[in-house]
Design a protein around this ligand. Sequence first.
Ligand code: AMP
Ligand code: ZN
Ligand code: FE
Ligand code: FE
Length: 282
Amino acid sequence: MPDLIDLHCHTTASDGSLTPAELVRKARESGLKAVAVTDHDTVEGVGEALAEGERLNFEVIPGIEISAEIPSGSMHILGYFIDHTSSPLLAALRKLQDSRETRNQRIIEKLHSLHMEVSYEELLRIAGGGQVGRPHIAELLVQKGFVPSSQEAFDIYLKKGRPAYVEKFRLTPSEAIKLITRAGGMAVLAHPGSLNKSLEEVAKVVGELEAAGLKGLEVFYTEHAPEQTRGYQRIANKHHLIPTGGTDYHGDYKPGIKLGRGRGSLRIPYELLADMKKKMGR
Ligand code: AMP
Ligand code: ZN
Ligand code: FE
Ligand code: FE
């Protein structure tokens, strides 16, 4: 049995249900050899996870998952081995967080004008201290009885083109890659399968992002079908990108996805992390 890892995990710092320390303990108890903390647009969980890793002598990789803007929606860029105290990184993340907060307030105002009385305080309560986003607003609309399900909240009000949708400031993929690189990190294109592009198109995107400093491709991922995994592996080989892998663990918020295992069959060998470290001179 080879040593296994998970390089894509969320905590309470964004939209995961475990605290950073709980995530590290769970990774260790599950028999994994390393775990990366990759919260959406924040490094707030990284310090706690590193400290818990040190305490338990368990390998924790500091990371992030930045949402970047592309014409068809969004593209996620993972960053590994980042210095989570880097000033330019923290300044850019602060700007993203501020814009998120203003946007949440504007969404609430739009809901008011649609005669749905929901308050910012109620929203914060649902989010439970972490980063607040549309999934929490959707949950609030369900709890208040305005919609039967969170999906309907998105479909009727919250998604792009619907009446309570509000834009927010986002980075471009190359800005995200440069920010990660400047913070000493390794930039990786997350879950290429979610781009809904053909292998040829993904190869083209990857070629463009290489110029900005892309170093890896998330080949192994919970929702990739076997033929996608093989195709992305070929793209990684051709472009000399390091293949990486992770489950996108969110704890109870995505109950079908198990840490280190995805929906059951995912296996991410430690060798991938060894290659990443070699590439980064670590
Ligand atoms: P936010 O960062 O606040 O814009 O929220 C983004 C999150 O909302 C995504 O990670 C998804 O979990 C969820 N989401 C976005 N669009 C939809 C949609 N059309 N249907 C359901 N969930 C969505
Ligand atoms: Zn998430
Ligand atoms: Fe993602
Ligand atoms: Fe994720």
